[in-house]
Each structure stands twice: as structure tokens, then as C-alpha cells.
Design a binder for this molecule. Structure first.
Ligand code: AFP
Length: 300
């Protein structure tokens, strides 16, 4: 059975990149264990003004420590940190973006959450997603799953606790054209273009799937197709989801699986980020559905 390390090596990944991906992947066991004692919200707000959970700060601090000590990352941007962190001890040029725990409002409900990571080779963290060297996410469900792309398609692996490695689960993942959608934002605040998109889904027999965890909602797209969306609203025209930590890494993976990501008008992977905590309206999922959404936007 193919394990994560061998897969990455077979793709021609340089040893430092293999080591970095494996290092973070191995932290998932530690993070999973920490859930038991970190079930509630903190009193602190993250840089986007959202209430942090204990696990947000726990996973953030843990990953910053591990990555910082590794000497494998020069620059790190975390969803939970106000500023970009620079590590002078780095022997590589890797620049990393991460959402240490996405979907964290669901921790107290025991629904699926995960960690999202994007890795650039040089050039800093404020780069378009098309320049990513690798992206992966993990998902804590019945299995601890890791989904990775190093620009050669998308593969998923599952953590094998007994043998302490990640085993290949699915290879060459290709996103089907499905008929399901999820949307965030309050209906009363949706913009007219988004109302038309949702009307189209409802009239075309799509069913609704939305958990409140971006990483989990995107993960099911790899099996069932369809789309996840979080639009711009009258209150937040630039949406809620973070360009660096959520949209870009997941957009890279879904695109590698044959899907697409758009803000309604342009491919999100082409956007050059201007600031660390920038947000973007987004639609992500099956290619044909995204094309239809862009058609609706352009005719609005
Ligand atoms: P964090 O848990 O990293 O803050 O992310 C939450 C999130 O950005 C995304 O994972 C969800 O899809 C979205 O928020 C849910 O938002 P609503 O609660 O407004 O639906």
C-alpha cells in the first residue's frame, strides 16, 4: 500500500518539501488528542474579529512552534495571527499559509473540522494561488484524512494509527459534476447575483449540503461534486472566507481535481493578495457549475 512519503517522493518532490508536509501531517495525531480538553470558546477574537475557540489557539501555537523549530519555513502566515511570522533559522525558502483549525465553531458539536496549508517556494506569502508549490488539508472525521496536491493531481490518504503512517485512500481524484450546493451568508443580505445563482440551483433540482466547516464541505465535493459558496453580501461585499488561508489552498486542490474556484467574475487563483487577512466572495466546485455561475454574474 502506498504511503504519503513514497507518494511525494514518486512525484519528484524535493526532500525538504517531503519533510515539511510529513512533519505537519504527523501533528494531526497530537491535535486530535487535544480536542478532548479544549472544547470551548476563548474570550479572544482572531484578526478577522471572530471569537476564537480553545482549539484554534491550541493548534495555532502548536503548529507555529513545530514549524518554527523545523528550520523548514522562512515565512508563515496564520489565520489566527495578526502579522506574518519570519523564521531566521530557516534553511529553505518555503513560505507557508495556514488555517490551523478550519470550521472550529463546530468543535463543540463534534462535526468534521480540519487544518488547511499552502506552501510557496520563495516570494513570500502574498502570492496568487497559481504559484503554490503544494497545498493540503487534513480532516478529522471517522478517519483522519489528508488530501494533498503538489501540482500533479489530487490524492487522499488516511492516518493508520497502528503503523503510524498515512496510507493512500484515493488516487487521481476527479471532481464529478454533481447536483448539490451549500451557501453561507444571510439570505436577507445576499446580493442580486447570488440570489439568481441560488434560484438557478433550486430550479435545477440541486439539494442543499452545508455544515459550516469549509474544509469539510469542500471535501465532500471530491466525492459528490456540486459547489460550496460564500458570497459577498450587502454587509460584507468582500465575503467572509479568507483568501490566503481558505480560498487559495482549497482552490488549488479543487482545480487540480478538475474543478474551479471563482469570485463570480474571475479565477480566485489569479488574484494577487494585497494583505494577509483579505477576504473574498467565493464559489468552488464542479467546473460546469462554476461556468454557469460566471455566466449568471456576467449577465447580471
Ligand atoms: P474558521 O473556523 O477557520 O474561523 O472558519 C469558519 C468559516 O470561515 C468556514 O470554515 C465556514 O464555511 C464558514 O466560516 C461558516 O460561516 P457561517 O457560520 O457564517 O456559515
Amino acid at each position: 500500500m502506498l504511503i504519503l512519503r513514497r507518494y511525494l517522493e514518486s512525484c519528484g518532490c524535493e526532500p525538504d518539501l517531503v519533510e515539511l508536509i510529513r512533519l505537519i501531517a504527523r501533528q494531526m495525531e497530537t491535535i486530535r488528542k487535544a480536542f478532548l480538553e479544549n472544547q470551548t470558546f476563548e474570550r479572544t477574537l482572531n484578526p478577522s474579529g471572530e471569537l476564537q475557540t480553545q482549539m484554534d489557539t491550541w493548534a495555532d501555537e502548536h503548529l507555529i512552534k513545530v514549524v518554527g523549530n523545523s528550520g523548514l519555513v522562512r515565512e508563515l502566515a496564520s489565520e489566527e495571527q495578526p502579522d506574518i511570522i519570519r523564521f531566521d533559522n530557516s534553511r529553505t525558502d518555503y513560505c507557508m499559509v495556514m488555517d490551523p483549525l478550519d470550521g472550529s465553531s463546530l468543535i463543540s458539536t463534534n462535526l468534521a473540522v480540519g487544518t488547511i496549508v499552502g506552501i510557496y517556494e520563495g516570494g513570500g506569502v502574498l502570492q496568487p494561488g497559481s504559484k503554490l508549490r503544494a497545498a493540503f488539508y487534513t480532516l478529522f472525521g471517522p478517519l483522519t484524512v489528508l488530501v494533498v496536491s503538489v501540482g500533479k493531481g489530487v490524492q487522499s490518504f488516511a492516518w493508520d494509527q497502528e503503523n503510524e503512517h498515512y496510507l493512500l485512500l484515493r488516487t487521481g481524484i476527479s471532481i464529478p459534476e454533481g447536483k448539490q450546493y451549500g451557501t453561507g451568508g444571510l439570505r436577507m443580505e445576499w446580493l442580486p447575483e447570488h440570489v439568481r445563482v441560488i434560484d438557478y440551483f433550486d430550479q435545477s433540482g440541486f439539494k442543499v449540503r452545508y455544515s459550516g466547516s469549509f474544509v469539510a464541505d469542500c471535501h465532500q465535493l471530491l466525492t459528490y461534486g456540486g459547489i460550496y459558496s460564500y458570497p459577498g453580501t450587502t454587509k460584507n461585499p468582500e465575503g467572509k472566507l479568507r483568501l490566503l488561508f481558505e480560498a487559495i489552498p482549497l482552490g488549488f486542490i479543487i482545480t487540480q481535481a478538475g474543478g474551479r474556484i471563482t469570485d463570480g467574475k474571475r479565477n480566485i487563483l489569479e488574484i494577487v493578495p494585497e494583505k494577509q487577512h483579505q477576504t473574498t466572495p467565493l464559489y468552488i466546485g464542479s467546473k460546469g457549475i462554476i461556468e454557469k455561475i460566471e455566466e449568471i454574474y456576467s449577465s447580471s
